[in-house]
Design a protein around this ligand. Structure first.
Ligand code: E4P
Length: 215
């Protein structure tokens, strides 16, 4: 499973670059960093050698295509996130012909994921945490999309997004989702288990009782 970081925090990305396969951002994430957009994206691309997802904000297909072309010129690893609308998918279809990689975002149903794949999206981003928040089972959506994509040998890859806790990552991996994008707060929790800390302490305490010969 590939792990993407759902963040624009360059210090976090530098620290964990050895484990991170790609990056996802969105307008909220970019705004949080309070830095000029292009400068931030260039820095992210210099840290992580993998897909770096940045979002187009235009609403009409021709304008989305133009914006996406501009974004994709920033770096060879740029993937353009495009919101799941009819205009958005029209743009995705155009961009696929031009060789621009796209990620259809704000996906909340299997039919949306099916249409995004048919339009030629390289990735889809179902937002499981936001579905959970709305009282629907986000992971069930991942199962549905994975089943459909497997049935038809679809090449579009699922990025499990809006991850809220470590169990989301485990469940996504068990379903076989190829990618999960994880925010820093959850990423750091993936390292931890209280029994690991307890075990280290016990071994350290016991080691102090062992006589070690000097060389
Ligand atoms: C994914 O690409 C999105 O940036 C992200 O996962 C949204 O997560 P949120 O629901 O926590 O804002």
């Amino acid at each position: 499973m590939r792990l993407f970081a759902d963040t624009g925090d360059v210090n976090f990305l530098r620290k964990f670059a050895y484990l991170i396969d790609g990056v996802t951002t969105n307008p909220t994430i970019i705004a949080k960093e309070g830095r000029p957009f292009k400068e931030l994206v260039q820095e992210i691309c210099s840290i992580v050698d993998g897909p770096v997802n940045v979002e187009a904000v235009q609403k009409e297909a021709p304008a989305i295509v133009e914006e996406a072309l501009g974004l994709s010129r920033m770096h060879k690893n740029i993937v353009v996130k495009i919101a799941m609308t009819e205009e958005g998918l029209r743009a995705v279809s155009e961009l696929a012909k031009k060789g621009v990689k796209t990620n259809v975002t704000l996906v909340f149903s299997a039919n949306q994921a099916l249409l995004a794949a048919k339009a030629g999206a390289n990735y889809v981003s179902p937002f499981i945490g936001r579905l959970d928040d709305a009282g629907q089972d986000g992971l069930l959506l991942i199962e549905e999309i994975m089943d459909i994509y497997t049935n038809y040998g679809v090449e579009t890859e699922v990025i499990v997004a809006s991850v809220r806790h470590p169990l989301h990552v485990v469940a996504a991996a068990r379903i076989g989702a190829p990618i999960a994008t994880v925010p820093p707060s959850v990423f750091e929790l993936l390292f931890k288990h209280p029994l690991t800390d307890l075990g280290i302490k016990r071994f350290d305490d016991d080691w102090k009782k062992v006589q070690v010969e000097k060389r």
